[in-house]
Design a protein around this ligand. Structure first.
Ligand code: ADP
Ligand code: MG
Ligand code: MG
Length: 523
């Protein structure tokens, strides 16, 4: 781990200074919806059986220092990343080759692919796809080279349920608020100023993405011309609901688009596709008002990314039902699959021709090199030469320390680190086919910083590391136009997220219980 940089930032706080900052964080956050439902380990179900309590989301006391050049670079390449993943989702043949290999060893991937195949067989009725993406990075500096530049390395690229855009803009606003009410010690202002705290438009920008899809859907397809709405597919017990509410509220106030929330487990009970309508509109019948059904233009998935959510064959029927419908999916099954960690590994292979194949018609070679430069080393665990080499490393306790092993999963808490990798590989047994569902990635080791985290009513000061996420919105038409060109209709960078975790913690997921939402102070 690189040495602590800026050991004097943030300054040590007296207990009065800390109390003042915390009391402002507590009140401002609730006033502004920078909140989560408390986890059941913090507030038991007995105390809050109706789940009506909300508490401040885990946040940092100060914005974390972040190199300006790295921040600007991550933002500058986001539209190219959006295009790259839209192109991958659009190239069913290429994606299918990768997915079929994974499907042999991974039931979840196999089931997703089967849903796509079933819909393809009967014919997709919606050719527009919406991507709300988030590309995650850590700052990296080669420790063996004094002269090395500080650069960003990509942790992963998310194509489904890219969360926290509803809270991250609010943390940026919180830190500006603390600065403007002089809650920080007097030594802070020269370093943190309005120009070092960049604007963060994630809420407005992401909801504009959903509104753009809503508009692109066009007129109602039902003969009775039902009113139109968007539907957020959510998890049954969602602690991070206010993050989602921020987008839904903005959709209503800025775009006059009505949103409903529907738990994934109740999709089949409350939505239908009329059997006499070849255009297959998705009809949502709100349980509170069954006499006023709506036609759904856009499905925004904040659920359905984890195998644990598919508790019965009906869960897969629900996913199939939604995929068949005319609603624009965010994401479609193909886009969901494009976010597999295996895809990132293939793109990151140094000699890989894929990056330029997908991007060369729109991006210069120099620009493609900038994308390439964000990849850390990622290896397959298969019977190619580099796969065999990676299996050797993964089974050798002497060499495995600097690596993380990842399955094709989302949502945090699934990875295996360092010395735990060899016994895990052993537990998979002799069938090396089973290894193929995983990738081996070099650990990125960002320089440690200091910050305080306010979480569950307590402040912890200490060494932390940050992970920057840059959001992207992309709307495209599947297939090619009559000239054989791709049709990317909208593509923009959509704000950012900084998540910060204790230096010793392996995972950084805020919802999974490891980190805090932060903002950047550019240096
Ligand atoms: P998920 O889709 O579950 O979020 P990630 O690939 O983002 O999976 O891994 C979860 C967390 O593990 C990240 O937020 C990060 O803290 C840590 N992590 C993952 N890959 C690396 C890496 N190469 N170097 C350092 N930390 C990593
Ligand atoms: Mg992820
Ligand atoms: Mg992640």
């Amino acid at each position: 781990m690189a040495a602590l940089i800026y050991p004097d930032y943030p300054p040590n706080l007296t207990s009065e200074q800390s109390d003042y900052i915390v009391s402002n964080i507590k009140d401002w956050s609730i006033l502004s919806g920078l909140a989560v439902r408390p986890s059941s380990s913090f507030v038991s179900e007995k105390i809050d059986p109706s789940r009506s309590l909300a508490v401040t989301a885990p946040v940092t006391l100060f914005p974390s220092l972040f190199p300006r050049e790295c921040f600007e670079e991550a933002r500058a390449i986001q539209t190219a990343y959006n295009e790259l993943y839209a192109c991958i989702a659009n190239d069913e043949e290429w994606l299918g080759e990768v997915v079929k290999e994974l499907a042999e060893v991974d039931d979840f991937i196999s089931n997703l692919w089967n849903v796509h195949q079933a819909v393809k067989k009967e014919g997709y009725v919606q050719d527009l796809s919406l991507g709300i993406f988030r590309s995650d990075y850590m700052v990296h500096k080669d420790p063996s080279n004094q002269e090395a530049k500080t650069e960003i390395k990509q942790v992963e690229f998310n194509t489904i349920a890219s969360s926290f855009g509803g809270l991250s803009a609010k943390v940026s606003a919180l830190h500006k608020h603390l600065l403007s009410i002089s809650a920080y010690p007097p030594t802070i202002p020269p370093l943190i100023s309005d120009s070092s705290l960049p604007p963060n438009p994630s809420i407005a920008s992401l909801s504009r993405g959903i509104a753009t899809a809503h508009k692109a859907y066009g007129r109602p397809k039902t003969s009775s011309q039902l009113p139109l709405c968007t539907l957020f597919i959510v998890q049954d017990l969602e602690n991070n609901a206010f993050d989602q509410h921020a987008l839904a509220t903005n959709l209503l106030t800025d775009h006059s688009v009505l949103t409903f929330r529907l738990p994934f487990s109740t999709v089949l009970a409350h939505t239908s596709i009329p059997s006499d309508s070849p255009s297959q509109p998705l009809i949502y019948t709100p349980p509170h008002s069954p006499s006023t059904p709506y036609e759904v233009t856009t499905l925004y998935f904040r659920a359905g990314y984890s195998p644990a959510e598919y508790t019965s064959p009906n869960s897969w029927n629900a996913r199939l039902h939604l995929e068949r419908s005319a609603a624009i999916k965010c994401p479609s099954i193909l886009t969901h699959l494009a976010g597999s960690k295996k895809i990132q590994q293939i793109l990151a292979t140094p000699s890989s021709p894929h990056l330029s194949r997908f991007l060369s018609s729109t991006a210069s070679a120099a620009y493609i090199d900038r994308i390439q430069a964000t990849f850390a080393a990622i290896y397959p665990l298969d019977d190619t030469a580099e796969g065999k080499h990676a299996i050797e490393i993964a089974t050798d306790p002497e060499r495995i320390r600097g690596y993380v092993l990842k399955p094709q999963r989302e949502g945090g808490g699934n990875n295996i680190y360092g010395l735990k990798i060899p016994p895990f590989i052993k537990s998979l047994g002799d069938d090396s086919k089973k290894y193929r569902g995983h990738i081996l990635m070099e650990l990125i080791e960002p320089p440690a910083l200091r910050n305080g985290v306010f979480r569950n009513g307590e402040v912890t000061m200490g060494e932390v590391i940050g992970e920057l996420g840059v959001y992207g919105v992309c709307l495209w038409r599947h297939g090619r136009d009559e000239k054989g060109e791709r049709e990317i209709l909208e593509n923009w960078e959509a704000g950012h997220l900084l998540r910060t975790k204790g230096r010793e913690s392996e995972e950084g997921g805020v919802a999974a219980g490891f980190g805090a939402v932060d903002s950047v102070c550019l240096i």
